[in-house]
Write a protein that binds this ligand. Structure first.
Ligand code: SF4
Length: 415
């Protein structure tokens, strides 16, 4: 029987700076929403944030807000509010938690950042359906509710190879957004500024990749659970100098850990890959559960999805289109299988956990035989856990614990 011990993850010192950065970001958004000179755009996580930033918008990401609702474990009580107005409990629990929070007049920002009373009111809602249709439905609801324009990009799905035709299509859609955004922002798009923002996004992405790849070393200096928190600036501040500076700081700390042979968790014995969304309301419990068995979840598709190698300041719009299309979630199962197998090799993985998130089929890659195909090809065992990103009613903690414990035992025996 594998013995469970209480082992905590080592604290990352750079967290203090990250918290300052996130605080500055939310207060700035709050100011922008109150000011008559600045405009606020809401944007989906891999929507055209670079374009919005270059046009001077303050950019709010509702998915980030929804993840905060999950992490603060307030989402489960808010979801029924959205269910009551017709949004099924089976659809995206980011959407239902966020709309539920709006209907209840609640935001975790108010507690975290005194003086902020609500999420910033948008002047425009900008989506990209590269990840799912739910984001468009989500923004469409706010558009009606707040009488705010909604525009966006309709992306191809299940793409195997990203071709020139795909890029042309999305680049043209991005260009078509510009006149409306110029009118709403009151600013003409400055191409030089867009190039600068895209270059900063590229720098951010390269540093974030280096941060995640520190976990190729054993013992890994950071875990998936650290990465879900420290990806904050890459999500909400990509295209800014502050994000770039932050990842330099974080990378230096992790490189120092490597030089000293210090792991994020003491006594790393098995190395696990996480495929799918995090369970936001269980980050700490899951982290402790794995580290208690000396298992380290060291890499994930989710955190790696904020690596966009295509960004190129010399060709801003086409490179944005390419970056948004090359995203894992947009791709075919063949591509996904190849990608995951490369990650298993790169990070020297012993086992894979697939999180089957009840309300997000798009990020649950266990439903069409992919785990079986990967296991047959690599011999690396996997476990599917049922759960959800935000709706804690879909989770059985006891069952998760029992299954994970048995899985780690299996991995240890196989080593
Ligand atoms: S990808 Fe999943 S979690 Fe993200 S917005 Fe779409 S349905 Fe929700």
């Amino acid at each position: 029987m594998t013995e469970e011990k209480k082992i905590a993850r080592r604290k990352i010192q750079a967290t203090v700076r990250m918290n300052e950065l996130m605080s500055d970001y939310f207060y700035d958004l709050n100011e922008a929403a109150k000011s008559s000179n600045r405009k606020v755009a809401w944007c989906t996580s891999v929507g055209p944030a670079e374009l919005l930033r270059a046009l001077g918008f303050a950019v709010h990401f509702p998915e980030n807000h929804a993840a905060m609702l999950g992490a603060t474990r307030t989402s489960t009580d808010l979801i029924p509010e959205a269910n009551a107005i017709g949004y099924s409990p089976d659809i995206c629990s980011y959407l239902t938690a966020d709309i539920g929070a709006y209907l209840k007049g609640f935001t975790p920002l108010a507690k975290a950042y005194p003086g902020i009373e609500s999420v910033p009111r948008p002047d425009v809602l900008v989506y990209n359906t590269n990840q799912c249709r739910d984001v468009q439905d989500w923004f469409a609801w706010y558009s009606k509710e707040l009488d705010v324009p909604i525009i966006g990009v309709t992306s191809p799905k299940n793409v195997n190879e990203v071709t020139g035709a795909h890029i042309d299509d999305v680049a043209r859609q991005i260009e078509a957004l510009i006149p409306t955004l110029e009118e709403i922002s009151g600013n003409k798009l400055d191409m030089e500024r867009l190039k600068e923002v895209v270059s900063l996004s590229r720098d951010c992405t390269e540093l974030w990749k280096k941060v995640l790849e520190t976990a190729t070393v054993s013992p890994a200096p950071l875990t998936f659970f650290d990465a879900t928190i420290h990806m904050g600036p890459a999500v909400v501040l990509r295209g800014t100098r502050e994000a770039v500076e932050y990842y330099k700081l974080l990378l230096a700390e992790l490189e120092q850990r490597i030089a000293e042979g210090v792991g994020a968790v003491d006594g790393e014995s098995v190395r696990i890959y996480w495929e799918g969304m995090p369970v936001w309301g269980r980050l700490r419990q899951h982290s402790e559960l794995f580290s208690g068995f000396h298992a380290t979840v060291i890499a994930s598709t989710y955190c790696s999805s904020w690596i966009f190698p295509a960004f190129d300041g010399d060709d801003p719009i086409r490179s944005m289109a390419k970056a948004y299309l090359e995203l894992f979630i947009v791709r075919s199962d063949d591509y996904k299988g190849g990608y995951i197998m490369e990650m298993l090799k790169k990070f020297n993985i012993d086992g894979i956990i697939y999180h089957d998130a009840k309300t997000c089929p798009y990020n649950s890659n266990n439903r069409y035989g992919l785990p079986q195909r990967i296991e047959a090809e690599t011999g690396i065992p996997s476990l599917v856990i049922s759960g959800d990103l935000n709706d804690l009613r879909c989770i059985s903690d006891e069952q998760t614990k029992t299954n994970i414990e048995a899985f780690i035992e299996q991995l240890e025996e196989g080593k």
